[in-house]
Design a protein around this ligand. Sequence first.
Ligand SMILES: [Cu+2]
Length: 460
Amino acid sequence: MTTSNRRSFFKTAGASLIGAAAVGRAGAALLPEAPLRSSAETLPPPAPPDGRPFQPLVTLNGWSLPWRTKNGVKEFHLVAEPVLREIAPGMQARLWGYNGSSPGPTIEAVEGDRIRIFVSNKLPEVTSVHWHGLRVPSGMDGVTGLTQPPIGVGKTFVYEFQLQRPGTFMYHPHADEMVQMAMGMMGLFIVHPKDRRQFKVDRDYGFILNAYDIEPGSATPRVNTMLDFNLWTWNSRAFPGIAPLVARSGERVRIRIGNLTMTNHPIHMHGPHFEVTGTDGGWVPKSARWPEVTSDIGVGQMRAIEFDALAGDWAIHCHKSHHTMNAMGHGLPTMIGVEQRDLARKIADLVPDYMAMGERGMHEMTEMEMPLPANTLPMMTGQGPFGAIGMGGMFSVVKVRDDIRPGDYADPGWYAHPAGTLASEYTADLPEPPRAAAAAVQGPALQVRKPGGHKDHSGH
Ligand SMILES: [Cu+2]
């Protein structure tokens, strides 16, 4: 169903029930609006319209789900449905998500709130929603077959519970999980503390680590993939499509990260060290925190990290180097040291688009105009102020400046390095560098692995 169809569906449903409201029970059953959004822009969060005030989360390339309050209960409406998601400019993926986006909108409420969540299923198969990490009555836990029947196609279920403790949580299906999570069904669930002074920071960011297996040139994930994913994303976005995390120097910044991929991700931040302040179990007491520059986030885990912002452009990325690359268009053998020029000329006679790659490492590929299948991202890409960044996948930049206004999340552009603080080419005389005794390799290094001798990353 298209956006406009959906809108008019809800408008119609609302309109027809104005009359029905007069007869009591039917009116009480009227579903709250299901807000819809398909853009992948980071939305600066609006202030909570009612209830206890809280500092809203900034969902990276995402948004938060509005609610309505009815007799003291906050009511949300999630619609599970197929969505079109831009992974980065130049690539759209056909995913499943909630309310027009994958991941679904962040649900935010306050410790002690009673909430009611309607879940409508517009997928072609059954689903359910599990509230990952939240303490709910067993019957509200969302496990198909164990704690509830599946939500049938076209049906709506209602979940209702009280939020017991503040923290970082997630939601995802517990029905045909492998397929539904491989298709992008997930979202953040933030419970803010009742006392605003607790766990206070100046900026609070959040994203979910997710992964897809999308054959270059296609748009739909292969859902039977168990480990060999080829697109590593934050909130279903890959670099250079991931928004920067913006802050003002000296601000206390929190980043909440949940992992719903099938492998761990050591998330590494350059610049200031951070502390792990929150885990799946809640907030870490101050005395138990320790400084880190990399936090390994296991499958199904959530971590909140905090730091004092320091002026600069600081890379933040997964430290598994193949997770900062996008899908390879084809299996690439290791070609370092192989002289390909003559070979390339001969092949080019037969295959006009052929390009020899990787004989001096692969950085050259970041600036190459390679013919790619349609709807495919370059493997290593992104332009910085000094040229190609050569990254993809799980990579972004923490951009800290002295003059950012509170509440401003707009990209401030590239950092202007103060004089004398920038690495540059050195051209004067150099002393002889100390070297190990072993002779350096002369000429081409003969370490060529045969292309057929190992499994390539594209999964075929
Ligand atoms: Cu990773």
